[in-house]
Design a protein around this ligand. Structure first.
Ligand code: B12
Ligand code: SF4
Length: 524
């Protein structure tokens, strides 16, 4: 069976983000089955009007026996210009504006976003069906596998929307494909087959099959991906490189820790550098370490150090890189290496500047340590942009905890400079399989069986987590910020909050009273 397979990897339409998932999958398959013919087809690089035609042409030409569809994102709540407009702003205008004209604008904008969302969803499902039907013209036995970030989060909802016989994969797909191609039983992988079996209860919580990652072979990738150079034309693309998988934390709203698993698996530093070097030789200078967290815990600081040292030794001295960083897991040596290897952007997701809330959200962060480490980073010469992700109103927020967040943020500004710290104000989009979802059930905010993929206004209002009593207050503040300074939304929100509520003492922000532990356990 193996040698006769022809695999087409199709990355579904997406903003231009390097399709690292299908690159790694095809690389893995090639290392095991060098005779199998493969092709990568990235709809992210095709203009929307051509999607169907381009897919048809590709299938007619390649005649795949196995279609691997990779779906990156579905849910796009964020304070950024989404494909159909700014979803957060529209939703807030609709839910919270007093002025009827602004509410109307929000409703119309929301309608636009909702229409764009559902049309993309149906369009992608249509492309998957179309691809299968077309492939079956040439090979009636052709099979379909779907996976990727979006499928990992919404695998349960997709089961009624995909053709019977589709293999739906959760999390990393290497070992599933391997077993499939060997004609082995793959039922113990994190997957199910539409029409044949139901997704197992808590499927996403199962641990992924261990796998030793080696450097991706880009000489090979180039031969199976005609549009490879698309991502190399503009020099502001950050090309994905994964240095590890997994995150051991339990942050109450986060699904990464279940998608990737809690067990951290480090890709050998030499292999990561070898992979980067191949991209470097092709002119790439910007890398995004796509790990859930680049330094997930103190235990992995040594591995990060080793990797950065090896990057320095490799002579790639003019590169830049970015990543999600848990800034509690740094020391002066690491900070020095980060600055020297060209880290020019990082995101810290502390969520709140109140230690009390950080504990309640089970994030395991020590905010005092974060501040100290940021000072070390600055002293090491880091002088670029930091995005600090705040999600207000997740749980037990009060005016006091908001004041603490403002104080904390001002402290970060003192360290890095006001223009260098970008407060990214998110509202948590509630995701399935998280502790926060459980909390929502327990507090009768959501009922089991709700549809997490729905963005109809009545569901979206709950999923776009901003509960009362503070919901309307934040709604109003955000609306004011969009009105006053839409291009610097985060900083404006902080300014308005400070004007209205003032600041707390830094010491209050950094300490969490002991009795909170009880409540925190209640959340569990
Ligand atoms: C790093 C990252 C980013 C970086 C990307 C940087 C870069 N240049 O690559 C940044 C910060 C820019 C980013 C932005 C966004 N992201 Co993001 N991101 C991630 C993260 C942490 C890792 C993705 C990654 O590259 N992993 C490494 C590669 C190798 O894995 P992979 O692509 O997932 O592929 C593996 C598996 O999925 C699987 N697989 C993939 N395809 C297929 C197909 C088949 C058939 C099979 C069997 C398996 C399979 O096998 C692959 C190899 O192991 C994930 C969360 C996570 N932990 O997975 C979110 C995630 C992908 N992001 C998500 C979202 C929503 C976004 C945003 C839209 C957020 C926003 N609202 O603005 C933006 C915009 C993205 C865009 N398209 O425009 C969502 C998507 C799901 C959803 N909710 O719809 C995720 C899953 C996070 C989440 N909790 O929901 N992101
Ligand atoms: S540290 Fe980051 S990736 Fe890990 S569980 Fe928390 S939010 Fe998720």
């Amino acid at each position: 069976m193996t040698t006769a397979q022809r695999i087409l990897y199709c990355r579904l339409p997406c903003n231009p983000i390097f399709p690292i998932g299908v690159v790694y999958l095809s690389d893995h398959v090639h290392k095991l089955f060098p005779d199998i013919e493969q092709k990568i087809f990235d709809l992210g690089a095709v203009p929307p009007l051509d999607f169907k035609k381009a897919l048809d042409n590709c299938i007619d030409e390649f005649k795949p026996t196995l279609l691997v569809f990779s779906w990156r994102d579905i849910q796009i709540y964020a304070p950024v210009g989404g494909r159909g407009g700014n979803p957060l702003q529209n939703a807030f205008e609709f839910y919270y504006a007093h002025n009827p004209l602004i509410r109307l604008r929000g409703a119309l904008g929301g309608l636009k976003v909702t229409t764009a969302y559902y049309s993309e969803l149906w369009r992608n499902l249509g492309l998957i069906r179309r691809g299968l039907t077309r492939a079956k013209k040439y090979h009636p036995e052709a099979r379909l596998v779907v996976g990727g970030g979006a499928v990992s989060v919404f695998y349960e909802q997709l089961k009624t929307q995909l053709p019977s016989g589709t293999i739906v994969s959760v999390g990393e797909g290497e070992t599933l494909l391997e077993k499939f191609l060997r004609d082995q039983d793959f039922s113990n992988e994190r997957c199910y087959v539409v029409g044949e079996n139901e997704p197992r209860n808590r499927l996403i919580h199962e641990a992924p099959t261990p796998l030793e990652k080696t450097a991706c072979n880009y000489d090979y990738i180039e031969t199976i991906w005609p549009e490879f150079s698309y991502y190399f034309q503009e020099n502001d693309f950050y090309i994905g490189v994964q240095t590890k998988r997994g995150c051991p934390h339990n942050c109450c709203y986060c699904v990464y820790t279940v998608v990737e698993g809690k067990q951290v698996r480090i890709n050998p530093a030499d292999e990561v550098v070898k992979e980067m070097q191949q991209l470097y030789d092709r002119g790439i200078r910007n890398f995004w370490f796509t790990d859930a967290q680049f330094i997930p815990a103190r235990l992995y600081m040594k591995d990060a150090e080793e990797l950065l040292e090896k990057i320095l030794e490799s002579g790639m001295t003019d590169v830049h890189w970015a990543a999600y960083i848990r800034a509690d897991n740094l020391n002066p040596k690491l900070c020095d290496l980060m600055a020297k290897t060209g880290m020019n952007y990082f995101e810290i997701g502390i969520t709140s500047g109140s230690q009390e809330l950080v504990r309640k959200m089970r994030m395991g962060y020590n905010l005092r340590t974060v501040l100290q480490n940021c000072r070390d980073l600055k002293a090491a010469g880091f002088n670029d942009l930091v995005s600090v992700n705040y999600s207000f109103n997740v749980i037990d927020e009060t005016f006091d905890t908001i004041r603490q967040t403002i104080t904390y943020h001002r402290e970060l500004e003192k360290i890095f400079g006001v223009d260098k710290v970008e407060p990214a104000i998110f509202f948590i989009g509630l995701q399935p399989h998280t502790h926060l979802e459980q909390y929502a059930f327990e507090h009768n905010i959501l009922k089991p069986g709700y549809n997490p993929m729905s963005i109809m206004p009545w569901t979206a209002k709950k999923l776009l987590w901003n509960p009362e009593p503070l919901g309307s207050f934040f709604g109003e503040v955000c609306l004011q910020a969009w009105q006053q300074n839409p291009n610097d939304f985060g900083r404006e929100v902080m300014k308005i909050l400070e004007q209205r509520l003032g600041k707390a003492d830094l010491e209050d922000a950094l300490s969490a009273p002991i009795e909170d532990k009880k409540k925190q356990l209640a959340l569990a």
